[in-house]
Design a binder for this molecule. Structure first.
Ligand code: DX5
Ligand code: ZN
Length: 219
């Protein structure tokens, strides 16, 4: 079973509530929220106030992807705002074990994200603290970028590692350049949660877009 998480980064910010209701009705499983601080990544997007504002507009889990430095100080705020999943980047967490445990203490599911250049081995010691591994399939910062094919090997490697450790409940999420084409290859390699921004929100028919991605991934 594949989880589809449309990223609202590609939605119309002037009517976010309606955009989210539309993709919920069109078959989305989660809503992916891209938080950027202009430091870890060269772009600024949204913060906890937006999470709080969209929370009443959907019953779907909110999947909050923190592309920010020093995420620890913001984790309780995002959890209170209604984040169900909180994912931090390995590259900005010197005390990753503590940070992941802290996310769970705040009542959210804990995710860890890896940039394309960050090896999977860097999170091997903390796998017991993790509910989801997010493998970036582009360099984070912007929607609409091209999928980096070299990450496909990393997906398979992660799936193998989780299998070996008996951690088959841990999700593998891919994010960046996911469309019906890359959905097929990433799901075949072991991805279980697919984030898609432009391939959903930039399409006139969101139901058709989600169906195309799901059909390709589950083929
Ligand atoms: C990139 C973000 C992604 C982005 C994906 O930094 O983390 O979630 O919205 O957008 P697409 O699907 O357009 O590549
Ligand atoms: Zn994201």
């Amino acid at each position: 079973m594949i989880t589809l998480a449309p990223s609202i980064l590609a939605a119309d910010f002037a009517c976010l509530g309606e955009e989210i209701s539309e993709v919920e009705q069109a078959g989305a499983d989660w809503i992916h929220v891209d938080v950027m601080d202009g430091r870890f990544v060269p772009n600024l997007t949204m913060g906890p106030l937006v999470v709080e504002a969209i929370r009443p507009h959907t019953k779907l889990p909110l999947d909050v992807h923190l592309m920010i430095e020093q995420p620890d100080q913001m984790i309780p705020t995002f959890a209170r705002a209604g984040a169900d999943w909180i994912t931090v980047h390995q590259e900005v967490c010197p005390h990753l074990h503590r940070t992941l445990a802290f996310i769970r203490e705040q009542g959210a599911k804990a995710g860890v994200a890896l940039n394309p250049a960050t090896p999977v081995a860097t999170i091997e010691p903390v796998l017991d603290e993790v509910d989801m591994i997010l493998l970036m399939t582009v360099n984070p910062g912007f929607g609409g970028q091209a999928f980096i094919p070299a990450v496909t090997r990393k997906i398979a490697q992660t799936a193998r590692l989780l299998q070996e450790r008996g951690l088959t409940d841990v999700k593998i999420e891919v994010d960046g350049g996911i469309n019906h084409d890359t959905a097929r290859t990433t799901a075949a390699a072991g991805a279980t949660v697919l984030v898609a921004g432009s391939a959903v929100f930039a399409q006139p028919d969101r139901r058709q877009a989600l169906t195309a991605i799901r059909t390709a991934a589950e083929a």
